[in-house]
Design a protein. Structure first.
Length: 230
């Protein structure tokens, strides 16, 4: 699977270690590097056309984000997805989303409501075209607007700490486990509650949206028997 990686753009204005880190992180998140796959510094460096040092630095940073595990005498691997991982991350996301949505009901601007409606329409458009990357992008944008409209910087900071893991689950969920039409309905319920200034309904819709993702992914993993449960 490492074969899908290509040489990085050395003319990019960013530091090389950051380019390597972002390239490997994206490959893990979108599934080009699979859970459990071994990461070998020499092989990665050759594929990306760089030395081992920035690759080693990137791997250490990925470990801090929970995307890579380093086990003595067994090497470095892409972190496995487990039921506990999903439960831990999405339980926190449920609480954060419910809070963000409740605050959004009280604080969202008319312009941001227009933005949510536009994003929702674009999501449907990408769904009809079968454009997965477009769906993922618009799903992120939809929730980003809600968080931004909460007007709570501390909430945004906390949510950003989980951003990569939530993104990884989002990609897998939209790619493998759910019909986009279900997501359209859930987004619509959240948006309608925000527009209607119904805090209780908005929180309920936000909670159901994350719960559906959590339950669907956990059931699929348990049934597959290929991924650790704890």
């Amino acid at each position: 699977m490492v074969g899908k990686l290509s040489k990085v753009n050395l003319n990019d204005y960013k530091p090389l270690r950051e380019i390597i880190f972002n390239t490997l992180r994206e490959a893990i998140i979108v599934g080009e590097l699979k859970p459990g796959e071994r990461l070998m510094e020499v092989q990665l460096a050759e594929k990306m056309g760089v030395s081992r040092t920035p690759v080693r630095e990137a791997i250490r940073k990925l470990e801090l984000e929970g995307l890579v595990t380093m086990i003595p005498r067994k090497g470095t691997h892409v972190a496995e997805l487990s039921v506990k991982d999903i439960m831990d991350v999405l339980e926190v996301r449920t609480s954060l989303d419910c809070l963000a949505t409740a605050l959004s009901v009280a604080r969202i601007s008319a312009e941001e409501i227009k933005e949510l409606k536009s994003i929702s329409a674009q999501f449907v458009n990408y769904m009809e075209k079968g454009n997965l990357q477009g769906l993922i992008k618009k799903d992120i944008e939809f929730h980003d607007v809600i968080y931004r409209s909460s007007r709570n910087e501390k909430l945004l900071q906390i949510a950003n700490n989980l951003r990569e893991q939530v993104y990884r689950f989002r990609v897998i969920y939209l790619k493998d486990y759910v019909s986009p039409r279900e997501v359209v309905k859930e987004h619509s319920d959240i948006l309608d509650a925000i527009v209607g200034k119904d805090t209780a309904a908005a929180q309920k819709a936000a909670e159901e949206h994350v719960r559906n993702q959590k339950e669907t992914m956990i059931n699929a993993i348990k049934n597959s028997g290929n991924t650790p449960l704890a």
